[in-house]
Design a protein around this ligand. Sequence first.
Ligand SMILES: NC(=O)c1ccc[n+]([C@@H]2O[C@H](COP(=O)([O-])OP(=O)(O)OC[C@H]3O[C@@H](n4cnc5c(N)ncnc54)[C@H](O)[C@@H]3O)[C@@H](O)[C@H]2O)c1
Ligand SMILES: [Zn+2]
Length: 344
Amino acid sequence: MLMNVKTSSHNYDIVIEKGIFSRLGDVISDVAKGKLFVITDENVDAIYHDKLYSNLSDYNFEYMVLPAGERTKCLDMLGRIYSALADAKMSRSDTIIAFGGGVIGDITGLAAATYLRGVNFIGIPTTLLSQVDSSVGGKVAIDLPQGKNLVGSFYPPKKVIIDTEFLNTLPERVFNDGMAEVIKYACIRDAKLFDILSDDISNRMDEIVYMCLDIKRQVVEADEFDKGERMILNFGHTFGHAVEKMYNYETYTHGEAVAIGMSKITRATENMGYTEDGTSDRLENLLAKYNLVFDNFTFDAETAMNIMALDKKSDSEYINYIFIKNIGTCEIVKRSKEDKFIVK
Ligand SMILES: NC(=O)c1ccc[n+]([C@@H]2O[C@H](COP(=O)([O-])OP(=O)(O)OC[C@H]3O[C@@H](n4cnc5c(N)ncnc54)[C@H](O)[C@@H]3O)[C@@H](O)[C@H]2O)c1
Ligand SMILES: [Zn+2]
């Protein structure tokens, strides 16, 4: 499946096909200019090193393996990438490839955006989260000790290659982490996707990734620089970020925290009569299928509301909440920070 994404700087293709990694050399031939510089992490390297080398055998390329995990998205590592690019004498007519999950995509993208004021960049996302989320939107970033994604830019790739076969080697918890975002897309825009997710999905990942990206593409094309409508992609996130912070980013993965956010918010809006009856149960049943329901999650509403009020995505007096009316339909609701509603 092929999707074309429009951005203000250029349009690019996303190719989604199970097994396409084995034809990587051909698929990137239209955009892989000059020498290639592939950046990955140690887990992806451990599984796919030999395949990568044989699939790129027609190319001249350099290869850099970084430690796995969020801590890699730091200034020190970005500095090491710049040094390696300079040592390899990479020029503006060469190409950098991110081969890995969202961590590798984000730091590699930022390196590509800034080295020599911007070089050619191709993405090969290997986690479900990075396939359905990072492939569209052009956001690239690293973290600072003071917070996540504090240094970054918008730098869309020249092409994205998505092979859903990569998902077969993901640890189950990492796969489910991505499923939380998939379920989010279904909740805000696509009741049909919600039904597909309730069935056997094993042979439908290409279609599922396509449906998610198509939703993100439509939303992002209408709001490239994240000023308004793009906010709907934050369903479950304001609350989810509060949960992540409360637990120091240790207890819950991002997706798990978003799942908690989606179910708590929807339970609350259903109790308020805003959301159609039965929606919370449907959502929680689907989340349970992917181990994304947390019964013993102890919830301190007051603390969460205060953390939400400090979230960088909220402006001074109000918090923008994303509520769903039913599965597939959402709305942005602006509420005063003082006007705390009851979340149980
Ligand atoms: N730029 C964006 O729009 C955007 C969107 C969402 C998330 N993000 C960022 O992405 C990051 C999270 O991404 P992630 O969840 O992919 O994390 P990740 O890159 O850390 O990958 C998760 C784990 O899976 C391993 N892995 C990756 N591919 C694998 C494979 N095919 N088989 C086996 N193991 C594999 C990794 O080594 C890592 O241990 C965060 O830093 C977040 O801020 C960015
Ligand atoms: Zn998210």
